[in-house]
Design a protein. Structure first.
Length: 148
């Protein structure tokens, strides 16, 4: 969206990416709030219940989920980690990735999931939102199971 509106004219790719993630995030926050109001606050969004615990559990699960295959491949001498890259403005890149993840969660597992779960059942809610999430990441399927 920011690319088409030319809202960020920064030549720095990290700053541009940050703007490219902030704009859809703000749009999702606004639309989520609007639809939440339209539904007269009947849809529970669960945005702040147990948020600290949820963040810690999610981070731990993410580390295990991503770290396990790397550890297995490293133990089998299939991959070798050597050297390091200097990434300018690494904190900005990390913030942009965080904004992207929050936006996707609001879109797929926020209002839409809660509405489907409440009006239908958990099974259709999971199937529809998982299908939408997969559709949004269709390019990832082209890379294979473990993209290089």
């Amino acid at each position: 969206m920011s690319a088409t509106l030319n809202l960020s004219t920064s030549k720095n790719p990290a700053i541009w990416r940050l703007w490219a993630e902030i704009i859809p995030l703000l749009a999702m926050i606004i639309f989520t709030f609007i639809f939440w109001i339209i539904e007269k606050k009947e849809i529970g969004l669960c945005l702040f219940s147990h948020s600290k615990k949820g963040i810690l559990v999610g981070m731990a699960m993410g580390i295990v989920w991503l770290g396990t295959p790397v550890a297995i491949l490293k133990a089998m001498n299939i991959i070798e980690i050597n050297g390091k890259n200097h990434i300018p403005l690494l904190a900005v890149w990390i913030l942009a990735v965080f904004f992207n993840a929050v936006m996707q969660e609001l879109l797929v597992r926020g209002y839409l999931y809660q509405m489907l779960k409440q009006k239908y059942h958990i099974v259709p809610a999971v199937i529809v939102t998982t299908g939408l999430f997969t559709f949004l990441h269709g390019g990832a399927l082209e890379a294979g199971v473990i993209p290089a």
